[in-house]
Design a protein around this ligand. Structure first.
Ligand SMILES: [Zn+2]
Ligand SMILES: [Zn+2]
Length: 89
């Protein structure tokens, strides 16, 4: 999983897109900006109860049991992943 581009090439076309941030895990400033904009846009849309439980609805401030539980579980899982990474696994 080494996606580091050689320093002498132009920035890959996916920089500054949500795809770059989420799918490629790039946290350079343009990618972070794109992600922030994307998140803000998503958050400003109305909650769609038909999608519950979903992280998208949680982002839109739905706090039904399903969305809260999904959010907590996702956060626990990413915490566990971070711990595993720190432990060198
Ligand atoms: Zn980037
Ligand atoms: Zn919900």
């Amino acid at each position: 999983m080494n996606e580091v581009a050689p320093a002498n090439t132009d920035r890959a076309h996916w920089h500054g897109t949500e795809n770059g941030y989420t799918n490629r895990g790039c946290h350079c400033q343009p990618c972070r900006d794109a992600h922030a904009g994307y998140t803000r846009e998503k958050r400003n849309q109305p909650i769609n109860p038909a999608l519950c439980p979903s992280l998208l609805n949680y982002l839109r401030r739905c706090r039904c049991d399903g969305c809260r539980e999904l959010h907590n579980r996702t956060r626990r899982e990413s915490d566990a992943r971070a711990r595993n990474k720190a432990a060198g696994r």
